[in-house]
Design a protein around this ligand. Sequence first.
Ligand code: AMP
Ligand code: ZN
Length: 468
Amino acid sequence: MNLYNSLTRAKDEFKTHTPGRVEMYTCGPTVYHYAHIGNLRSYIMEDVLEKYLRYDGYDVNRVMNITDVGHLTSDGDTGDDKMLKGAKREHKTVMEIAKFYTDAFFKDCEKLNIKRPDVIVPATSYIGEFIKVISALIEKGYAYEAGGNIYFDTSKLEKYYVFNDFSEEDLAVGVREGVEADGNKKNKTDFVLWFTKSKFEDQELKWDSPWGVGYPGWHIECSCISMKNNGEYLDLHCGGIDNAFPHHTNEIAQSESYLGHPWCPQWFHVHHLNTDSGKMSKSKGEFLTVSLLEQKGYDPLAYRFFCLQSHYRRSLVFSYENLDNAASAYQKLLQKIAQIEDSGEIDAEKYAALKAQFKAAMDNDLNTSLAVTALYDVLKSDLSGTGKLKLIKEFDSVLSLGLLSAAEKLKANAGEEDIPAEISELLEQRKAARKEKNFALADEIRAKIASMGYIVEETREGTKVRKG
Ligand code: AMP
Ligand code: ZN
């Protein structure tokens, strides 16, 4: 497989430290609010990548953090504490907020068919690990104490800006207009590993440390959680493109200084979902969540389909019009699949050619939109129904659009639109009677429905009713 690597800025052949095994790390959500559908675009594409690697035969160990401490509104060390902001907004404790939004995140993931990572670690459960690594960084001369905080000293690195060749001036962190520069830093790119002195007097979560009571910076959590659960050699690190700098740049700085050797050779970044007025945000404009889409009548999997139709390295503009188009294409796709009859011999050659088309698309930098085209080509092909269904099942083990189950449901419900409300009502009553094992009543209701001109049938997919 060839995958674009932000480190080399090229499509590299995917390789792993241990043959056949992928150590994969994904930056998880900051759980101070619901995830917006932009955040979820990143998780959908990372899910497809993970599933494709498994499909390709790799054994994958996927690790994800949950940021419940340390993330400030600017990814540099300035601005408000996101978790505190969430707690204040809802008059709850930080831990209550963290629990609520962690659960909400995984519920959204479930609706979007995003698999749970193998290992999930909340940052607050790893304080001892952070202290261990920060202590080692101080000992090795990579970190210093200033004004009560511990900083990483970026001047100790041969190369700090690993992802791009921007000048230091362009990327100065924490000295944006209107934000006071942190006078404790020796270099403007230095970043906080441990806060003790901060403007957040009301910081709820604090822990004892060799440097005083305080809390960790945001970047250290991903380095520590990955090194502990993926081992010293990480194969693949994922996140949204905004994470590349400073977050991932700082992760590399810390991890490699701690380990004393290169850490992760492959970096996968998903580009942003934007609105037509710019970057998607939780505070400006309509707060687009999975629940909001559902309230508006969209199937969350139609949103997944919308994401798969475009390449992860292109920014994608969200509009209801675009989503409507995807939702109607998704419905049509399901209808076509629902019409396939499970019969006929499989022509092995045709089957292999269509499978190779899908694989070629995915092997070419995870080109999901061409993979979707391969799916349409299966439908258009003259492969037997059995062959088509088998290939759809195979492709969908990666795309996760719920194709076969949704098509089955469509089949089971086919024709129901024409059923009058009183018949549907009687069907519900009959269902309840059968559940209570009151078969006499169920039969009585069936007879009543028959007298109204409709026939009730029990099928493999459930109860069906049609005009007699
Ligand atoms: P956060 O909860 O802010 O830590 O972000 C969770 C993930 O969503 C990170 O990997 C971000 O890079 C990613 N992300 C943030 N905004 C967007 C966006 N508009 N489109 C796609 N991914 C995003
Ligand atoms: Zn991270």
